[in-house]
Design a protein around this ligand. Structure first.
Ligand code: ADP
Length: 386
């Protein structure tokens, strides 16, 4: 592979959702037109990619032959297949040493705890016996998780309050490999995003704080409003984990903030929801740095351009409002950076996001929330949607 001539890069992205769409746009800026492996014609990245191929992610071998470097926007790819491809010389970036823990939550917990990183107590959940063993060590509520990533729109995390509820989840998901873990009471949730080149050169994005409601990420604030020690610890953790698993590209380290400090929740070896504010908030977006890192090109600066940045996600509602119908009004909100992904509106589906920069979180949040409310057809009075 000749990495000296960007015009010759044959870059493949597996997946064609909004992460792939924004990564594709970042590559175009550099003169690189990625080839996509999409599942459906209406996938939002396939709509904008002239070179989209269609097939199940398991049909990766044929796709990989057309690419010098292959990267991923989701975790629903067979690891065994990736290992075979890697052994046969395909440049899988990040490689399987990174992807294995990112794609397999049980493996991830085992690896991180073995290396001394703090994670919730956990065990494989093969059936009722494992549940009884675990519930003797940790009291309810407990968290049951699918070991592999859930399909889009489906949940892979169940917080169960008692044994009956846990048994119900086990029987309803008997075909899904599951694990169980200790429930950590949360003070907050943070995401540390790092971009890393093959040789280990790294850049860290501003630490982000994420706010979820009904299992969906609603808002992302940067910088996170945590003390300097927690912020430094989060940064150190992200860099140490990126080195440990030899991450290449963007690695997002999701952290639970508890009264006893930080606990690692999850790793995502790709651009992450919490990093979308880097598009306007940082000199180099997470998408561009992902491309740069996987092609072993110099990384760009990642500092925050303003004192604060806030992203509010645009999530589909029951009434089927299409945010594009309200685009003009949303664009009239001064300072709002509106992103719509071109999806058909459906309840609970992430249709876009709005980012605003400001001198403080409240100021940026006010702008982003106002534009989001307008997009979804709500009236907005200072501080609240109506
Ligand atoms: P997903 O793959 O859906 O992102 P996560 O493992 O990140 O799954 O879990 C989703 C959410 O569930 C987290 O953002 C957090 O709010 C909550 N959660 C997950 N694990 C725990 C835990 N061990 N203790 C407390 N809350 C948890």
């Amino acid at each position: 592979m000749d990495l000296k001539q960007p015009s010759l890069y044959r870059l493949g992205i597996v997946g064609a959702g909004q992460i792939a769409r924004m990564t594709h746009q970042a590559a175009l800026k550099l003169g690189i037109t990625p080839r996509l492996l999409a599942e459906h014609k209406h996938d939002v990245a396939a709509q904008v990619a002239p070179d989209a191929r269609f097939g199940h992610p398991d049909a990766l071998s044929v796709f990989a032959e057309m690419c010098d470097v292959v990267t991923f926007e989701h975790e629903r790819v067979d690891l065994g297949l990736l290992k075979l491809l890697e052994e046969s010389g395909t440049h899988i970036r990040p490689g399987t040493k990174t992807i294995t823990p990112a794609f397999d939550k049980l493996h991830q917990r085992m690896l991180l705890s073995k290396k001394g990183f703090v994670v919730p107590g956990f065990a494989e959940l093969r059936g009722p016996d494992d549940l009884l063993d675990f519930s003797q060590k940790y009291s309810y509520p407990l968290v049951i998780k699918s070991i592999k990533a859930a399909l889009p729109g489906q949940s892979g995390v169940w917080i169960v309050q008692d044994q009956n509820e846990a048994m119900r989840v086990i029987s309803e998901h008997s075909a899904t490999p599951l694990m169980i873990e200790e429930f950590k009471p949360l003070l907050g949730e943070l995401v540390a995003i790092v971009a890393r080149r093959p040789g280990g050169n790294k850049r860290l994005y501003p630490l982000a704080e994420v706010f979820n409601r009904d299992g969906r990420c609603r808002e992302v604030h940067a910088p996170a409003t945590v003390g300097a020690n927690i912020a430094a610890e989060a940064r150190e953790l992200a860099m140490a984990i990126a080195d440990e698993i030899e991450a290449v590209g963007v690695l997002a380290v999701e952290l639970l903030l508890t009264s006893n400090g930080l606990v690692v929740n999850e790793l995502a070896a790709r651009p992450h929801n919490a990093g979308h504010l880097s598009l306007e908030g940082c000199p180099t977006s997470q998408f561009e740095n992902h491309i740069r890192a996987i092609l072993d090109l110099p990384l760009g600066a990642t500092w925050l351009r303003s004192k604060a940045a806030v992203t509010v996600n645009v999530i589909g509602e029951r009434d089927g409002v299409d945010p594009i119908d309200n685009l003009a009004d949303a664009l009239a909100v001064e300072g709002a950076h509106v992103h719509l992904y071109g999806k058909i509106p459906a309840p609970d589906s992430k249709l876009g996001h709005v980012t605003a920069l400001g001198d403080n979180i409240e100021q940026a949040r006010e702008i982003a929330r106002r534009a989001e409310a307008v997009l979804m057809g709500h009236r907005y009075l200072k501080g609240e949607r109506e």
